[in-house]
Ligand binder design. Structure first.
Ligand code: GLN
Length: 488
């Protein structure tokens, strides 16, 4: 193979080549930066590239390997990290003017673990400002393009991370998922996106949006890669008070398992109007593949599912209004140049530092938490959240996994949905439930509609990630959609 094309391989393929001494970590990095040079102008997945840092890290890995040190799966693997995850000494902007020049003095827990494992940061990726959005169009700095069609959005909010993996600008990428931000862009860019059980991956160092939903997850080129990466991300962290003190074991053991007898539920509310006909067909074709492999499939009903979007937006905006209060130009964030007094310093800094989507969420959240609306909005949403969670828990007594579309349509054109907020928010309909209930979920490529990727969502009960990986791997081995690449 031409070393220039190394970027197109999967993580486990490149790992094996490095282990066998066929190539060095530096050569792998050369290939990835070569790719970035060739396509990044079109895609705009990255906000910051960390070339000096990356080459230094690659050199150290190569030295260790030459000395005969036994290195783990991620040693020398180039990765991308969403720009709302703290990286010591490297800008972390949240794609906001508010944090345009912020350089964190510490590493996020996941980044520290990945670095220890030898993964190499090639750059920080673009996102919707503070991870609020579904298209990566609300970034204060640039609009990332979908590698399959440069006139379309990559999905959001982790659009930069998803596009980077889809365009082979990194072997894997870390992102965050509050209401679908791993799975949606994964679906629209044709890669795997995984969100864990709430508390399974530490949130320490993730800039908070809505703390009771926020989770860190990964984008991967195939299911095996995903299992490998999750092994490094999972684990208890005392610095995150919501971290689960639970051993999940080795996710690679869930690969290559028989799915005979697995029980799959198809919640009919997710196949209803609002879901594009062709998208629905692709998902149902995907389900048939699993059925042929011996899974039992049944249609079920989740009547509370229709309240998921309003519940999500009320609670997440309420939490955001509180979390983002710290960016006042004094304690944190951008400070306006001109102001007469303290009040004006706050008002001007926040007005100039935040973009309109973030301001809208802060206002919606502050309103929902106001004494007038607390009971009718916030408290009521919390109650419905509990009902949605219970309904899912009951479903998982009978079913191992639930399958739905990840996103109601294929990727839309840039600008097409950004004017219609309600349409934009409603497109979260398939993903927010997993965050509301704190359960794990994956989006896996399951076909193409009009030449654009479609993703199938697999959810399991809390801590049931092995079931998701098992089903996804069985599906992938029998379909191979992930092998398709965009022409760039
Ligand atoms: N689209 C959702 C929102 O705008 C989810 C974003 C996310 O998961 N970070 O809030």
């Amino acid at each position: 193979m031409n070393t220039l094309d190394l970027f197109s391989l999967t993580l486990h393929e490149i790992r094996d080549m490095m282990r066998n001494g066929e190539i060095s970590s530096k050569e792998v990095l050369d290939s990835v930066y070569g790719r970035i040079e060739a396509v990044e102008d079109k895609i705009e997945a990255y906000l910051t590239l960390t070339k000096d840092y990356a080459y230094e890290a690659a050199e150290s890995i190569d030295k260790r390997r030459l000395k005969g040190e036994k290195l783990g799966d991620l040693a020398g693997i180039p990765m991308a990290v969403k720009d709302n995850i703290s990286t010591k000494g490297i800008k972390t902007t949240c794609a906001s003017k508010m944090l345009e020049n912020y350089i964190p003095p510490f590493d996020a827990h996941v980044f520290e673990k990945l670095k220890e494992a030898g993964a190499i940061l090639v750059g920080k990726t673009n996102l919707d400002e503070f991870a609020m959005g579904c298209s990566t169009e609300t970034s204060a700095f640039k609009i990332t393009k979908n590698p399959w069609d440069l006139e379309r959005v990559p999905g959001g909010s982790s659009g930069g991370s998803a596009a980077a993996v889809a365009a082979d600008e990194a072997y894997f990428a870390i992102g965050s998922d509050t209401g679908g931000s791993m799975r949606q862009p994964a679906s629209l860019c044709g890669v795997i996106g995984f969100k864990p059980t709430y508390g399974a991956i530490s949130r320490y160092g993730l800039v908070a949006f809505a703390s009771s939903f926020d989770q860190i997850g990964t984008f991967a080129k195939d299911v095996e890669d995903c299992a490998i990466i999750l092994n490094y991300l999972y684990g208890y962290d005392e610095k995150d008070t919501t971290s689960l003190p639970i051993e999940f074991g080795d996710f690679k053991e869930a690969l290559n398992k028989d799915i005979k007898g697995m029980k799959i539920g198809l919640p009919k509310e997710y196949y209803d109007k609002g879901i594009d006909g062709e998208v629905k067909e692709m998902i149902l074709d995907g389900v048939k593949v699993l059925e042929r492999l011996g899974a039992h499939v049944e249609e079920i009903s989740l009547p509370y599912a229709k309240y998921a979007v309003p519940v999500y937006y009320i609670i997440s905006s309420s939490e955001a209004s509180s979390n983002l209060a710290r960016f006042d130009g004094v304690r944190y964030g951008y400070r306006a140049k001109e102001y007469k007094d303290l009040e004006e310093l706050y008002v001007n800094s926040r007005s100039q530092g935040f973009g309109s989507e973030v301001k809208f969420r802060i206002m919606l959240g502050t309103y929902s938490l106001s004494s007038k609306c607390y009971d009718t909005h916030y408290n009521r949403a919390l109650k419905v959240r509990r009902l949605i969670k219970q309904e899912l828990e009951e479903a998982f007594v009978k079913y191992d996994i639930l399958i739905t579309p990840t996103y109601p349509t294929i990727a839309s054109k840039i600008g097409e949905k950004s004017e219609d907020l309600v349409a934009m928010y409603m497109s979260d309909i398939c993903t927010v439930t997993a965050n509301i209930a704190g359960i794990p979920a994956m989006s896996i490529p399951c076909g193409f509609s009009k030449g654009l990727p479609v993703g199938m969502q697999i959810m399991s009960k809390a801590m049931g990630e092995a079931d998701i990986i098992k089903a996804a791997h069985a599906f992938e081995k029998n379909t191979n959609y992930y092998k398709n690449k965009p022409t760039l």
